[in-house]
Write a protein that binds this ligand. Structure first.
Ligand SMILES: [Zn+2]
Length: 381
């Protein structure tokens, strides 16, 4: 791997933020973990900090039905579109395509939102091919299946980013998934594609209960199911011993990263214990592993920690310094957030006044060292 610079974007690449106002519309109904402010809060916080000048923000196009069927089943695409327009869940849509459930509810505009996420990831891949570092936080719907919704994901936008890179003639693509859940939909999509390697770091014992260390797909998948309370020093070990050497061996033409915020400490749906600073450092480092880099979002169910993570990630990718404390306009964005899954008394004061988490040095646990050894052993087998 080329020497990675800590604290700055990889040299010579302009960063572009891909977004859309569709994410401001209410979504997922009520009582769903994703019915919280996410991408729009990141845009508002970046704007409050003066970090989204014209020229650094790209409005996401919406994928057409023809584009969507490059991966998704035509019948599923048509059924989701029809249901999104009518507001009626056909029993067939629920049974065959997994839509209209508690997990993947039908809500007004679901088709436009999901298709925009795919269009944004295709555009992000194009911007990356033009030499930019593309940041598309509305991307990262890594559980979507060709013919069904899964794990809050209706389509699978990372698959489309990778397909766009392949269409441009790239020969070696590395997909790295840092969301707390296994990137099952992306791994499975490319199991028979020799040009794509996938690597997922996820919390063990979590839904979808796939991604065991022994799962290497057809030999190009690497899975690191890490224990609960996985922390910064352990991430550093995993990247140093498994991820960076894999990248050095593959020498990818492009890297696509899914950066779900549910790997952070204090996420209500998971038990990982990473700080945003460790994730920023490692995402920036991994972007330096390939000349083409696409950075996507993913899960994340604590709106304060998620908004701070992705806003700071944008700062790091675009070469901006992160202030020690936030100015009042930025604090106002964080003060407006709310979430049913986080009690008021658990909202920490620093979530409202700072971006960077405070890092604490903790010892690497033996089980994490063993996991790295196992991953290296099965990768060589
Ligand atoms: Zn997740």
């Amino acid at each position: 791997m080329k020497a990675a610079r800590r604290g700055a974007a990889p040299p010579g690449r302009r960063a572009v933020f891909v977004g859309h106002d569709v994410y401001r519309k209410a979504a997922y109904g009520t009582l769903h973990p994703l019915a919280i402010p996410r991408v729009e809060a990141v845009v508002d916080l970046c704007a409050a900090l003066g970090w989204l000048p014209t020229g650094e923000y790209c409005v996401s196009p919406r994928a057409t039905e023809a584009q969507l069927t490059a991966f998704h089943d035509g019948q599923y695409v048509a059924a989701l579109r029809a249901a999104s327009e009518s507001g009626v869940v056909d029993p067939d849509l629920r049974r065959r395509h997994g839509v209209g459930t508690m997990e993947n509810p039908l809500f007004p505009g679901v088709f436009e939102r999901a298709a925009t996420s795919v269009g944004g990831s295709i555009r992000a891949a194009e911007l990356a091919l033009e030499g930019c570092i593309a940041f598309h936080p509305a991307g990262g719907t890594h559980h979507g299946r060709p013919d069904r919704a899964s794990g809050f994901c209706y389509f699978n936008d990372p698959v489309f980013a990778i397909l766009r890179l392949l269409a441009a003639g790239l020969e070696r693509i590395l997909y790295v998934d840092l969301d707390a859940h296994h990137g099952d939909g992306v791994e499975d999509a490319f199991v028979d594609e020799p040009r794509v390697h996938t690597l997922s770091i996820h919390e063990s014992g979590r839904w979808p209960h796939t991604g065991a260390v022994a799962d290497v797909g057809a030999g190009r998948a690497c899975n690191l199911p890490v224990p609960p309370r996985f922390h910064d020093a352990e991430l550093e070990l995993v990247v140093d011993t498994v991820v960076a050497p894999l990248a050095a061996r593959i020498e990818p033409d492009a890297i696509v990263l899914t950066c779900g915020g549910d790997a952070l400490a204090d996420d209500p749906l998971t038990s990982m214990a990473l700080t945003n600073v460790a994730l920023w450092d490692n995402v920036v480092r991994l972007c330096g592993c390939a000349p083409v880099a696409v950075v996507l979002g993913g899960g994340g169910y604590n709106p304060w920690t998620l908004t701070r993570y992705w806003t700071g990630l944008w700062a790091r990718l675009s070469g901006r310094a992160i202030p020690a404390t936030l100015p009042s306009a930025a604090r106002a964005v964080l003060a407006r957030l709310s979430c049913d899954l986080v009690d008021d008394e658990d909202v920490r004061p620093e979530w409202l006044s700072t971006l960077a988490d405070v890092q604490e040095r903790r010892p690497v646990r033996g089980e994490v060292s063993m996991l790295c050894n196992e991953a290296l052993a099965v990768g060589k087998a």
